[in-house]
Design a binder for this molecule. Structure first.
Ligand SMILES: Cc1cc2nc3c(=O)[nH]c(=O)nc-3n(C[C@H](O)[C@H](O)[C@H](O)COP(=O)(O)O)c2cc1C
Length: 187
């Protein structure tokens, strides 16, 4: 089977806690991002951007998670607080794909947002092709406006995904896949 078909047939997400380093190098990160940006994009608006969390930046982002989480849920226990602090350091690298779609005379918002989803998938495929495993996650940190503002997002910007990237040696069993016959019709 050719490499692309093989990758698509075998790709599985990996849980960030089992991801190990070494993290992608700067060259690998830039390579992945350049490939991720080669998605279909109606109107050539590039209605997305990236925020890279590598090295100690993951701890700073985690501290921010813990701070915002504590303000929302001051009663939460120390365990939960610690897991919020570790949220960005579970994987060796996290890349946020930010949708920066804005109303446009010709290009619907929906299409701009779909392009950001395509970026997440292209980034995932590029990372897997380079030998890494990934997890496309959102979680509360994708929707909490106070947190997003502290990350530097403008009010109209949204998180399409936090793509977690690392190395996993073990095979991960596949999950049940959709019943294609039930989902496909030929008009
Ligand atoms: C937009 C989006 C957000 C997601 N957010 C989460 C999440 O917050 N937590 C989670 O466990 N899985 C989340 N997932 C699902 C995983 O990325 C993954 O696709 C899923 O676990 C299925 O595994 P597979 O990628 O191996 O098919 C999300 C998927 C998408 C497309």
């Amino acid at each position: 089977m050719n490499d692309t078909l093989n990758l698509l047939a075998r790709r599985r997400s990996a849980p960030p806690p089992i991801m190990k380093g070494p993290a992608p190098t700067r060259d690998e990160i830039e390579h992945m991002l350049a490939l991720a940006a080669r998605v279909p994009d109606h109107g050539k608006l590039a209605p997305w951007r990236f925020i890279v969390f590598e090295g100690e930046a993951r701890d700073r982002a985690g501290a921010l998670c813990a701070e915002i989480f504590h303000a929302k849920e001051p009663e939460a226990g120390e365990d939960r607080q610690a897991s919020e602090r570790a949220r960005f350091s579970r994987a060796p690298l996290v890349i946020a794909v930010v949708s920066r779609a804005v109303p446009h005379v010709k290009i619907p918002l929906w299409e701009q947002e779909l392009s950001a989803g395509a970026v997440c998938m292209a980034l995932t495929v590029a990372a897997v092709a380079l030998g890494f495993r990934t997890a496309w996650l959102t979680e509360w940190i994708a929707y909490d406006r106070a947190f997003l503002t502290r990350l530097g997002l403008e009010d109209h910007e949204k998180i399409a995904g936090y793509i977690h990237i690392g190395r996993v040696e073990s095979e991960i069993e596949d999950r049940p896949r959709p019943d294609m016959a039930a989902l496909t019709s030929y008009f």
